[in-house]
Write a protein that binds this ligand. Structure first.
Ligand SMILES: [Zn+2]
Length: 383
C-alpha cells in the first residue's frame, strides 16, 4: 500500500543552525541521515513530519514549544495515515518508524489542551538498510520480517517458507464466522495478498462469533469492515475488498487472480459454486463448514483430490439454519487457514480427506474420501 511521497529533505549539522535543504540524502544502516547531527544517536535518528502539519504550524498564532524544537529531516505528503510501528520503503532503503513524538509538559498548547497536529503526524525512524532518499520518492509499506521471527523458529518454517507466504495470495469468500478467524490467521502469518468477498452487512446476531466487528459496524458491509481491519493490522498486505456476493457471473473474474481459494460461507449452493469454479480454473481450494459443536474442513488441492461435489452430488442442504458457536467457528476457521498456509509454504498438509471436528468430545478426525469418477464437477477431467 502506498503511504505517499517525499516532498522535502533537510540535514541539521549543528544545534541552533538552520537546516540545509537537499534533493537527496544518504542513510546509514541502523542509523540516520549522513551528515545530520542525530545520525549516530541511539534512537530517534530521523525525524519525519507531514507537509500538512508544517503548513498548519505556520498559520498558528499560539505557538507550541515543539514549533521551535522539532526539526524534520523528511517531509512527506501523506493522507492522514498513521505510520507508527511500520516499516516504510522509499528510494532504495527501508525505514523503521518508531512511535510518535511526545508532547513537552512545558508547552502551552499541551497545558491548555489545544489541538495540535504535531501529536498526530510527527514520527521518528531509523534506517534498516544503507541507501539513498530523494525528493519525489514514493513511499510504500514494506514487509516487516521482524514480525515473523517467532514463526520462523517453528520446525519446517524458515526464511524460504516465509518468503513463499510473502509472495502468495489467497481469496477468502465470506467474512462471517469462519472468515473472521481465517482472515486473522492469514494476516498474522504474513501472507502477501488477501482478497475478501462478501455482499452481506454486519448484524447484531453476528456478534456472538464474528469478532472483527463491533456494534459501530452494524449495517456496514462485511468485506469493507474486515478489509479495514487487515489494512490497519498489516498495512503492507495488499488487500482487495469485493463488497458483493460471489456469483456465477462475477466469480471467475475475481478468483482468477489468486493462488488459492478459501470458502468460508454457510450456504451449500454457494460452497458448491465455489467448488465448481475452483476446479474449472485449476485453483487449489479449501472449504469449511460448521453446525453447532461440529465442523469440517475439506482441502481440494490437486487433481487427485475428491471435490465437494464428489461427496454431495445432489447438493443437499440442511433444512435448518445452522447454529453457530464462536468456539467452533474459531477452531474450524483456524484449521482452514492452517491448511492454506501449509500448502502455500510448501509443507505437506491434509488433502483428499475431510477433517472432522467434534466440539463435544474435543476430537479431530481425518476421514479418507474417495474421488467419484463420475462426479459432474471433477470426474474424468484434470485440474
Ligand atoms: Zn468431484
Amino acid at each position: 500500500m502506498e503511504v505517499g511521497k517525499i516532498s522535502g529533505l533537510h540535514i541539521f549539522e549543528e544545534k541552533g543552525k538552520p537546516g540545509i535543504e537537499k534533493d537527496k540524502v544518504k542513510v546509514l544502516k541502523g542509523g540516520g541521515i549522513e551528515g545530520d547531527r542525530h545520525c549516530f544517536d541511539k534512537d530517534r535518528q530521523i525525524s519525519i513530519v507531514t507537509g500538512d502539519t508544517l503548513a498548519w504550524m505556520q498559520k498558528q498564532e499560539v505557538e507550541g514549544l515543539c514549533f521551535q524544537k522539532f526539526k524534520a529531516n523528511i517531509i512527506i505528503e501523506a493522507r492522514g495515515t498513521d505510520i507508527r510501528g511500520t516499516r516504510i520503503k522509499a528510494g532504495d532503503t527501508v525505514l523503521a518508524v518508531e512511535g510518535k513524538k511526545r508532547c513537552f509538559e512545558g508547552c502551552r498548547r499541551c497545558q491548555e489542551e489545544m489541538d495540535c497536529m504535531l501529536k498526530e503526524s510527527c514520527y521518528y525512524a531509523s534506517a534498516v538498510s544503507d541507501g539513498e532518499l530523494h525528493v519525489g520518492d514514493l513511499i510504500h509499506y514494506d514487509y516487516n520480517w521482524n514480525r515473523y521471527v517467532r514463526q520462523m523458529l517453528v520446525p519446517g518454517i524458515g526464511r524460504k517458507e516465509q518468503e513463499r507466504l510473502k509472495n502468495a495470495s489467497v481469496l477468502v469468500i465470506g467474512a462471517g464466522g469462519l472468515g473472521c478467524p481465517v482472515l486473522t490467521v492469514l494476516s498474522e502469518a504474513g501472507l502477501g495478498r488477501i482478497g475478501i468477498v462478501d455482499g452481506d452487512v454486519v448484524e447484531e446476531t453476528n456478534l456472538n462469533r464474528q469478532f472483527l466487528y463491533s456494534p459501530s459496524d452494524l449495517g456496514k458491509n462485511k468485506a469493507a469492515c474486515a478489509g479495514r481491519w487487515v489494512k490497519a493490522f498489516r498495512p503492507d498486505c495488499r488487500t482487495s475488498m469485493y463488497t458483493e456476493w460471489f456469483t456465477e457471473e462475477n466469480g471467475a473474474s475475481i478468483m482468477e487472480d489468486y493462488d488459492l481459494v478459501i470458502a468460508a460461507v454457510d450456504r451449500v449452493p454457494t460452497r458448491l459454486l465455489i467448488n465448481q469454479m475452483a476446479v474449472s480454473l485449476h485453483k487449489p481450494f479449501i472449504d469449511g463448514a460448521i453446525d453447532g459443536f461440529y465442523g469440517t474442513v475439506t482441502a481440494v488441492l490437486t487433481k487427485e483430490s475428491p471435490c465437494l461435489a464428489c461427496m454431495n452430488p445432489e447438493g443437499k442442504e440442511p433444512l435448518h439454519v445452522s447454529s453457530s458457536l464462536g468456539t467452533t467457528t474459531m477452531i474450524v476457521g483456524a484449521l482452514e487457514a492452517q491448511s492454506a498456509l501449509m500448502y502455500l509454504a510448501g509443507i505437506p498438509s491434509q488433502n483428499g480427506s475431510v477433517l472432522s471436528y467434534d466440539g463435544i468430545y474435543g476430537t479431530l478426525e481425518e476421514i479418507p474420501v474417495k474421488k467419484n469418477a463420475h462426479c459432474r464437477v471433477c470426474g474424468n477431467r484434470h485440474i
